[in-house]
Design a protein around this ligand. Structure first.
Ligand SMILES: [Zn+2]
Length: 636
């Protein structure tokens, strides 16, 4: 997922104990105990690596291996209704209880070979939902659940025609990561349970359904669609979208699905996808998922992208007209290796997915667009990481984070992404690119289609890269990266000559040595604009903002990222000529990374809060539940 900067202030009162002690340490090195803070709870237990604290399921006893779905999409009632058949194996002989995760599902019946079996739906936990415990007969290995979802399902967004690009047809999409698959399918909603799946989806006849599975671009539009996912995937990668979608091929193995009015622009913007796929598999091992297609969602999609296998879900806010924001595509594609092929076993281990994916993203960008662009993106990534670190409590700056008792959605930050990638970059610099690439290729091969913990990774690192290059690596330092807060001193530094020129121009303008209109911005790209704006002083006066706006038409700028940076400056300095645009921006975009910092900044003054509340109330029905949840506290 691409979710940069989406960290939440901690809403839950948590026991601040990070007992992230790695269980495996090489001999002859000092063990680093990195317990961060023990806030008055001496009984707080150590984290058990591999224990999924965000699932009720019991895969150690009975594990689901295959899912067969048959669902009808009911736009009028905003529900999915049908059945899920789960095939399972007993990990413990004689195990008789299958425990599943659900959230707000109405269970109609649970049967084995057509005969009802006893089940119990547990009480609802606000974060985890309700356990569904099924008594399975001794000889059974498939159970079938008839159910329907709630219109408020946390993982499903229903859009009215008005909320789509084409305005004619409704739209539906799911977003399962981190723990939302359970709100539309009863299953073992844990990333360590991998299953294959097949599905039949019934929709209004004029609409097309697509899934994170085999999609046939030439399928007849008849309201009944069949899917097959032959590779075992974790539940958070199950995804469905339904809408007035069309397909355009971009290459032999790549293409794009989108509403008709968006299709051409999307295919043009993302035309380098096939090339990205080719360079990535050359460096890091073959692509294991057959096709790689993109689905462009309506603007309310709460994230940048979601790496649903074979079909990444993508926000339309990155269609900038100049490919300046396509690192998002590189990111979602890279997840085909780190995340989808080798998966984090629990949400504590998310950095294994996101850190290596972010590292691969930089590498792909460098291979396709050159070193200069990669350097600029690295600088911007590091600035974003630094500002997260300033705002985060220490225990949340740890790669192997303690999420017990918390909603994983509420603690996403740049730590697993950029800090994880920086760690990988340091390993690369120490052992050399060639050796590190070889290590990564072997790592993806070794753990293909497995879900692993941080501790398994650490053991593997020790047995491979560290064993070969122990003279260049320090085990204490590796532990510091993974189990301690902050960035170790001496970490790789981001630098860009192209940005040095921007720094120079900004400094001259601030010193009054040159008017804004005389700054030579003719060949500036999006990254330089972002860097120019993001590094302005916190306070500018009205004359300065007016001058910038007059010189560069910033209030009217089309690029959504540049607009974001400018609008943030406008809020912080109460520059009201930009506020009509600000209002439009907030009500037309639901991508949380873009709107949340604006709501947060607005919430800091009473006038700002009133403005935010007005926009939020207008926008709310079109926002995804996750975006609503992430921002509602700023306006109330
Ligand atoms: Zn990601």
């Amino acid at each position: 997922m691409e979710i940069r900067s989406l960290f939440m202030p901690l809403l839950l009162s948590v026991t601040l104990v990070a007992c992230n002690k790695p269980p495996q340490m090489p001999q002859n090195t000092e063990q680093t105990d990195v317990s961060v803070a023990v806030a008055g709870d001496p009984a707080a237990a150590l984290i058990e690596p591999g224990t999924d604290y965000h699932s009720f399921a019991n895969p150690d006893e009975i594990k689901v291996t295959h899912l067969a779905l048959d669902l009808e999409v009911d736009f009028a009632r905003q529900i999915l209704k049908g059945q899920a058949s789960l095939q399972f194996v007993r990990m413990e002989e004689g195990a008789s209880e299958l425990v599943l995760d659900t959230r707000d599902l109405a269970i109609d019946s649970v049967t084995v070979e057509g005969k009802a079996v006893p089940y119990e739906l547990g009480e609802k936990d606000p974060v985890l939902g309700s356990a569904l415990t099924i008594q399975v007969p001794a000889e059974a290995d498939v159970v079938t659940i008839d159910y329907q979802t709630s219109p408020d399902a946390s993982g499903v967004q229903w859009l009215t025609p008005a909320q789509t690009a084409g305005k004619q047809h409704p739209f539906l999409f799911t977003q399962a990561q981190a723990i939302h698959a359970r709100s539309f399918i009863p299953l073992q909603d844990s990333p360590q349970v991998r299953m294959t799946y097949q599905a039949t989806i019934r929709t209004p006849q004029e609409l097309l359904a697509v899934m994170s599975a085999s999609n046939d671009p030439d399928t007849e539009r008849d309201g009944e669609y069949h899917f097959n996912m032959p590779q075992p995937i974790p539940s958070y990668l199950i995804a469905l979208a339904v809408g007035n979608l069309e397909f355009k091929s971009m290459g032999e193995r790549t293409g794009v699905y989108a509403e008709p009015s968006v299709l051409e622009a999307a295919a043009q913007e993302f035309e380098d996808t096939e090339a990205m796929l080719m360079v990535t598999e050359k460096k890091f091992g073959h692509y294991r998922w057959d096709r790689y297609d993109l689905l462009i969602l309506p603007p309310s999609f709460p994230f940048g992208g979601m790496e649903n296998p074979r079909l990444s879900f993508i926000t339309p806010t990155v269609i900038a007209g100049d490919k300046s924001l396509v690192s998002l595509i590189a990111h979602e594609l890279a997840h085909s290796w780190s995340g989808n092929t080798v998966t984090n076993a629990t949400w504590r281990d998310l950095w294994l997915n996101e850190g290596f994916t972010t590292y691969l993203t930089y590498r792909i960008m460098e291979m396709i667009y050159g070193e200069k662009r990669e350097q600029m993106e690295f600088v911007l990534g590091m600035q974003s990481l630094e500002s997260d670190i300033e705002a985060l409590p220490e225990q949340d700056e740890v790669l192997a984070i303690d999420l017990r008792g918390r909603d994983p959605d509420e603690v996403f930050s740049d730590i697993p992404y950029e800090k994880g990638a920086l760690f990988a970059r340091e390993l690369e610099q120490k052992v050399g690119r060639e050796a590190f690439d070889r290590f990564l290729m072997q790592y993806f091969e070794h753990f293909a289609f497995q879900s692993i913990t941080t501790d398994t990774f650490v053991q593997y690192l020790q047995d491979t890269l560290y064993k070969e290059h122990g003279d260049k690596l320090s085990w204490d330092r590796i532990n510091q990266w993974i189990y301690e807060p902050g960035i170790p001193a001496g970490a790789p530094v981001a630098q860009s000559d192209a940005f040095a020129r921007v720094d120079n121009a900004r400094a001259m303008w601030l010193a009054g040595e040159i008017p804004a209109a005389d700054i030579d911005t003719q060949d500036w790209n999006t990254h330089q604009w972002l860097y120019f704006l993001n590094n302005m002083p916190d306070e500018l006066n009205k004359e300065q903002l007016t001058e910038l706006d007059n010189a560069f038409s910033l209030t009217q700028v089309g690029n959504n990222e540049i607009a974001h940076s400018w609008l943030l400056m406008a809020i912080n300095n109460w520059y009201t000529p930009a506020f009509d645009r600000l209002h439009n921006y907030l009500v037309s975009i639901g991508r949380n990374k873009l709107v949340k910092p604006l709501y947060k900044a607005l919430s800091e003054t009473p006038e700002g809060k009133a403005f935010a509340k007005k926009a939020f109330e207008e926008a709310k029905s079109g926002y995804h539940p996750l975006t609503v949840k992430a921002n509602e506290d700023f306006v109330n």
